[in-house]
Design a protein around this ligand. Structure first.
Ligand code: PGA
Length: 249
């Protein structure tokens, strides 16, 4: 059985004091949750402070990006050893906002995945089609290209640490969620791809999150689909009570 994983992607929201307050409230609200893995992904500058607040809780810590070199003259970048040193266990890679605004490609996603894995960080690899791609019937081609490229050359052992997030770009931050059937269709397709690349055991074990306007009132229906194993939540993870409701779907 796959344990659902619900991660909050805070994006570029919260200054340090707000981040601490948010996670302090969340920690208390979800202290009894054991059947779902919960992760928060604050901005880099708050990771250390959030880590301290999280002490003694089951909530995991993740970053929103990672550079593929360990160190060097790369002004403004953050490496996997750095993330590990502040207590991260997860890192989001290839989010559509990074693909759209910061030139992320499947090739750079792949480099970041290897960098994360080499430090023992678990990548949350995001894939998803734009509205234009969906409407022109390219959804499966796009997802296949992103999965094959982003996960290229990974071993079965490495794949055991990877979480995938299917986030249709047209559903992110728009209030337009994919219907449970639309999401399930793509999740099943991703699992089939994983089966072709890594074999059945890996395909069945890999957790595939849905992301894109997940809210307390649609979480249950989405998460009850057979191939949806949790959620990557943006907006609704910035309020402790709405994130709590999603976690307790
Ligand atoms: P949203 O963002 O929940 O605000 O749509 C999801 C995401 O970008 O991960």
């Amino acid at each position: 059985m796959r344990t659902p994983i619900i991660a909050g992607n805070w994006k570029m929201f919260t200054v340090v004091e707000e981040a601490k307050a948010l996670v302090l409230a969340l920690k208390d609200l979800v202290k009894d949750v054991t059947n779902v893995e919960v992760v928060v992904c604050p901005p880099f500058i708050s990771l250390l402070a959030v880590k301290d607040v999280l002490a003694g809780s089951r909530i995991g810590l993740g970053a929103q990006n990672v550079y593929w070199e360990k160190n060097g003259a790369f002004t403004g970048e953050i490496s996997a050893p750095m993330l590990k040193s502040v207590g991260c266990t997860y890192v989001i890679i290839g989010h559509s906002e990074r693909r759209t605004y910061f030139g992320e490609t499947d090739e750079t996603v792949n480099k970041r995945v290897f960098a994360a894995l080499s430090e023992g960080l678990k990548p949350i690899v995001c894939v998803g089609e734009t509205l234009e791609e969906r409407e022109s019937g390219q959804t499966f081609d796009v997802i296949k290209r992103q999965i094959v490229g982003g996960l290229a050359n990974l071993s079965v052992e490495q794949m055991a640490s990877v979480v995938i997030a299917y986030e249709p770009v047209w559903a992110i931050g728009t209030g337009k969620t994919a219907t449970p059937a639309q999401a399930q269709e793509v999740h099943a397709f991703i699992r089939k791809l994983l089966n072709d690349i890594f074999g059945q055991t890996t395909a069945e074990a890999t957790r595939i999150q849905y992301g894109g306007s997940v809210k307390p009132d649609n979480a249950t229906e989405l998460m009850s689909q057979p191939d949806i194993d949790g959620a990557l939540v943006g907006g609704a993870s910035l309020k402790a009570d709405s994130f709590e409701k999603i976690i307790k779907f």
